[in-house]
Ligand binder design. Structure first.
Ligand code: GLY
Length: 322
């Protein structure tokens, strides 16, 4: 790897889904995403590592009730919030995460703590124990709109197939939305990291495990990193993040790795999206769903995918220093 400082790159997402029609909705989500992009990119310029930038980006997105992670997480079938998050450092090839953790403000902080632990992925009881050990104050991530949404679903006896893991127009108008969050960063040392966090797909059975705390939804190697969003089961069946990252590590340009992987996902009828960065600084994204809520910073420009109508099989790309 070159010792010359490289231009940092950043892409974040706040979910993927089926609709984002309202202009007010687009503007609100864009403002949220750009606020995070600006703050985290400034950190990268100031010399933060990719891992530090990813954790900060995830914290900010978890704190924003527009998104289904941390504050504003969706409720599960029993009316409880259980969140999952993971972090992967591409240079160290190290994955850590928590599954179905409750009463914490920033699940990504637990994933960060676990980066240096022998036991790097903890589920509910273990994660709760870790919270106690770290003396992290308990926090209730419930928002009014999520409670209302759950009560409506309960009144309808949970007849919807599943809650969207997405931004929905109606909820965004209400200043909330649904969606996993994710951050991918390349730092000035040329190292890559990725983090993903979620409240899950909503109204799910107790004990259901999200892709966001698995490599399937969040994966990095020194050559590339990818964070996924959408229906967890679809992402797991495609093993999407490693599928794209390993293609890049094997020599495929990231845009082509996204294109092939999304073509396969589309053929398999999946509902998902993903963002990624490779070691050359190329930023890429893809979706089979109609909307992908992502924003990026190339060093020269800030952009987003909110109104990206690209061919569903074609991955978008921005910024490439190769
Ligand atoms: N992709 C988030 C979930 O399905 O839990």
């Amino acid at each position: 790897m070159s010792t010359e400082p490289v231009q940092p790159k950043l892409i974040i997402h706040g979910g993927a889904g089926s609709s984002l029609k309202g202009k007010g909705g687009v503007d609100a989500v864009r403002k949220s995403l750009y606020t995070v992009i600006e703050e985290v990119y400034a950190l990268l310029l100031a010399g933060a590592t990719a891992k530090e930038a990813v954790v900060r980006g995830c914290q900010l997105l978890e704190d924003d009730p527009h998104f289904n992670a941390g504050t504003g997480s969706v409720l599960q079938s029993d009316g409880q919030i259980r969140m999952s998050a993971s972090l992967m450092d591409g240079a160290a090839q190290r994955f850590s995460g928590v599954i179905n953790v409750s009463r914490v403000r920033n699940p990504i902080e637990l994933a960060l703590t676990l980066q240096d632990s022998d036991d790097r992925i903890l589920s509910d009881h273990g994660a709760a124990e870790l919270l106690r050990e770290l003396q992290i104050p308990t926090y209730d991530p419930l928002t009014e709109i999520r409670l209302r949404e759950w009560m409506l679903e309960r009144a309808g006896n949970f007849t919807r197939e599943m809650a969207d893991v997405v931004a929905e127009h109606e909820l965004i108008e209400d200043n909330a939305g649904r969606g996993t969050i994710g951050v991918v960063a390349l730092d000035s040392q040329g190292q890559i990291a990725v983090g993903t966090s979620t409240g899950g797909k909503g109204f799910e059975r107790i004990g259901r495990v999200s892709d966001s705390a698995m490599p399937a939804g969040n994966y990095a190697l020194p050559q590339a990193a990818v964070s996924c969003t959408g229906i967890g089961e679809d992402i797991i069946d495609e093993c999407l993040a490693p599928r794209i990252v390993i293609r890049v590590a094997d020599g495929l340009p990231i845009q082509e790795a996204f294109r092939r992987s999304f073509e396969e996902s589309h053929q398999n009828g999946r509902d998902l999206g993903a963002i990624g960065i490779d070691q050359t600084g190329a930023i890429a994204w893809g979706k089979t769903s109609e909307v992908l809520l992502a924003a990026y910073h190339t060093g020269e420009k800030v952009g987003d995918t909110l109104e990206w109508q690209g061919e569903q099989l074609v991955a978008g790309i921005a910024g490439d220093r190769s």
